[in-house]
Design a protein around this ligand. Structure first.
Ligand SMILES: Cc1cc2nc3c(=O)[nH]c(=O)nc-3n(C[C@H](O)[C@H](O)[C@H](O)COP(=O)(O)OP(=O)(O)OC[C@H]3O[C@@H](n4cnc5c(N)ncnc54)[C@H](O)[C@@H]3O)c2cc1C
Ligand code: SF4
Length: 515
């Protein structure tokens, strides 16, 4: 074999042919290293479907690279020689191949990038870590944007990204005369037998081998590999994106915030997994959505909403992560320390909204945005759960969860644990919101119309108790002025009964009783 020029280390969420570390790669002289390691598979107890998705997509990507003539050194998790860590595998492959240089694209998570930056100290060959070019806004560009701003409102960042990409722009003006059509969205939805169904990909022999491995090694983790339906190749992910644009994008906007107990996916894209591991290019997906609008296939409100989620929220979240790490993971402005209730792991609660959202999470390693934000996240914040424990749960259970995107969404957006660095007010809601946006309350053991007492929806008392308990941090927030004014107008008896109801519920939660 020829001497190896570059040993190119490709991580599990870097499954992109145009990855910066593969730029200029030469099949005749370079060797690609990919590895499944215990350290990554166990640093939180990942959902079985998440581990299976990543390992299977990695194995398929290795085949794609081999198909292009590259040599790939691939370590499977159960390889007896597997050292169990990225650094260990790099040292092993370097000792065997004696490359002139190590090349990698920067890791997407702070913890892994730290370890990558330490590689040079144990190697004599130069280690070249390249910037990840798969984002529309670089880390440096986001830092410049954030510098000297009093508040980092996503909406303004998003407008810059619209200008930068030219998506839905008419010269300098936004298509349709408005930047944001959210006011036309946020409608409840009705069950509809004729709503199209999201596609299912049948596991091939590579995936079946991974599913068997995951069931053996991670038997105690959440979920079942029987429910594996993910795309694991670029071709299948692209076909899922086309199906979304054809079948769901036309109604995406209207039902974006709606929840139905028998329709966990509604018109959501189900594409985050593929975008996050590199099987889909976020900009290309947005351009395809824009084409659907220009061809009259999908309305502006939905297409704008979808594009905003990707070039706005997704990029903004990443910018915040790199701006605020490593301290951000310990944010806890409300000093909330309650551990997660047992029902987070089995969905066994009388609260129909939480039971549905968590059970769907267990089944699919997926829940749509409003389940994550307004059901599970809202309850966690109102009940004073420890935001770090909440973060670790989200990181474990969703197939699309990588810390750079999960952590700011959980700690900043859903728990307000950063004291409002990201969100201008907490996403806090009582039962009325869930009743308006879903069909959950009609089947719930609790009564959403009752404010206090044993049968009342627990969120009603928890909502006021949360605001009361955290008034020191929230009462000066002008976006909450009206809500605090309502609280202050209540007589003492009413306030006491909210506090008592919340305290009784939290006592039961702490005692591990069925709630
Ligand atoms: C508490 C909480 C935790 C979350 N954790 C994750 C996570 O671990 N990984 C993850 O990818 N997303 C996360 N999100 C964002 C969002 O909920 C998911 O991206 C979305 O539900 C994925 O499903 P979908 O592809 O059907 O998305 P759709 O609702 O159809 O949206 C389309 C695309 O927009 C992007 N997107 C939408 N909202 C966001 C957002 N807030 N941040 C980043 N990208 C966004 C995704 O790429 C998504 O595929 C979280 C949101 C909250 C509130
Ligand atoms: S009544 Fe309350 S707890 Fe029950 S589903 Fe409705 S919002 Fe959830």
């Amino acid at each position: 074999m020829n001497p190896v020029r570059h040993l190119i280390f490709v991580l599990g969420d870097q499954l992109t042919l145009t990855l910066s570390s593969l730029e200029g790669a030469d099949p005749d002289r370079d060797l690609i290293l990919m590895c499944e390691v215990m350290e990554e598979a166990t640093y939180v107890p990942h959902h079985k479907l998440k581990i299976a998705l990543i390992f299977s997509a990695m194995r398929h990507f290795a085949e794609e690279l081999r198909g292009k003539g590259f040599k790939v050194h691939y370590t499977k998790l159960d390889d007896p020689q597997n050292s169990g860590s990225f650094s260990g595998e790099l040292l092993r492959a370097t000792a065997a191949a004696l490359p002139e240089r190590i090349v990698a694209t920067e890791a997407s998570e702070w913890r892994v990038l730290q370890s990558m930056q330490g590689w040079q100290s144990s190697l004599t060959q130069p280690v070249e870590i390249r910037v990840d070019t798969r984002f529309i806004c670089s880390k440096a560009e986001f830092r410049d944007w954030a510098d000297n701003r009093r508040s980092l409102t996503m909406e303004y960042f998003y407008r810059d990204m619209r200008r930068k990409t030219g998506l839905l722009m008419q010269g300098e003006e936004p298509e349709g005369g408005r930047w944001n059509f959210d006011a036309d969205n946020r409608k409840p939805a009705k069950p509809d037998l004729f709503r199209p169904k999201h596609g299912v990909v049948r596991p091939d022999s590579i995936t079946l081998e991974v599913l068997d491995l995951v069931e053996r090694v991670f038997a105690g983790n959440m979920g079942s590999t029987k429910n594996f339906v993910f795309a694991v190749t670029r071709a299948d992910a692209e076909s899922a994106a086309r199906a979304f644009i054809r079948d769901f994008l036309p109604n995406f906007g209207e039902t974006q915030d709606a929840m139905l107990k028998d329709e966990p996916f509604l018109n959501h894209a189900m594409l985050s997994f593929y975008i996050n591991i590199g099987l889909l290019d976020p900009l290309a997906v947005c351009q395809a959505a824009e084409r659907a609008y220009l061809q009259g296939h999908a309305p502006l409100n939905g297409v704008e909403g979808f594009i905003r989620q990707i070039i706005g929220w997704r990029e903004y979240i990443r910018g915040i992560y790199w701006l605020k790490m490593p301290g951000y993971q310990h944010s806890n402005v409300f000093a909330a320390h309650r551990p997660l209730a047992g029902f987070f792991w089995d969905g066994d609660t009388a609260m129909a909204c939480l039971s549905t959202a968590i059970t769907q999470t267990i089944t699919h390693a997926y829940a749509h945005h409003i389940h994550r934000l307004m059901v599970i996240g809202n309850f966690s914040m109102l009940a004073g759960l420890d935001p770090h424990a909440v973060h670790e749960w989200y990181l474990s259970v969703y197939a699309d969860a990588f810390e750079w995107v999960e952590l700011p969404n959980v700690v900043g957006m859903s728990q307000f644990a950063d004291g409002g660095f990201m969100a201008s007010k907490p996403y806090a809601a009582s039962g009325a919101y869930i009743d308006r946006m879903s069909d959950y309350c009609q089947d719930c053991r609790y009564d959403v119309s009752k404010k206090t007492g044993e049968d009342a929806c627990p969120l009603n008392a928890l909502y006021w108790d949360f605001l009361d308990r955290n008034a020191e941090h929230l009462s000066k927030n002008h976006r909450l002025a009206q809500i605090y004014a309502s609280w202050h107008r209540m007589d003492d008896g009413k306030k006491r009964s909210y506090r008592d109801s919340a305290a009784r519920f939290l006592q039961k939660l702490d005692a591990g009783e069925y709630v």
